[in-house]
Structure formats: structure tokens, C-alpha cells
Design a protein. Structure first.
Length: 68
């Protein structure tokens, strides 16, 4: 293997590692965004559920008894 060929293989190897790192970083950022969106949705649903429970307790469920 000549010097030029060896240098080219090293460059390709370095480029491959760099591209892999970039893809890994992009993947991880995507996962973080999905996880954060899931947390936010869960929090919103919790707020909605608590509000509905409060409404049921104060107004009664379907004209039924008021829960204490």
C-alpha cells in the first residue's frame, strides 16, 4: 500500500467516525425531544384529569351524588 492509498484510507475512516458521531448526536437529540414531548403531554393530561375530578366532586357525576 502506497502512502497516498494509506492516507486515503485514514481519511475515509476518520470521515466515517465523524459521520457516525453526527448521526448518533442527531438520534440522541431526537430521542430527547420525543421524551420531553411525552413528559409535557403527561403533565397536561394530569392537569386535565385533576380538573375533571374537581368538577365531578363539586357538581356531581351525571347528576349523581356529590363525592366528598
Amino acid at each position: 500500500m502506497g502512502n497516498q492509498e494509506g492516507a486515503t484510507k485514514i481519511e475515509l475512516n476518520n470521515a466515517s467516525h465523524s459521520e457516525h458521531s453526527q448521526l448518533t448526536n442527531t438520534w440522541n437529540r431526537g430521542r430527547e425531544e420525543i421524551n420531553m414531548e411525552h413528559v409535557q403531554r403527561t403533565q397536561r393530561l394530569s392537569v386535565i384529569a385533576v380538573g375533571q375530578i374537581s368538577t365531578i366532586r363539586t357538581q356531581g357525576a351525571h347528576n349523581g351524588p356529590i363525592l366528598a
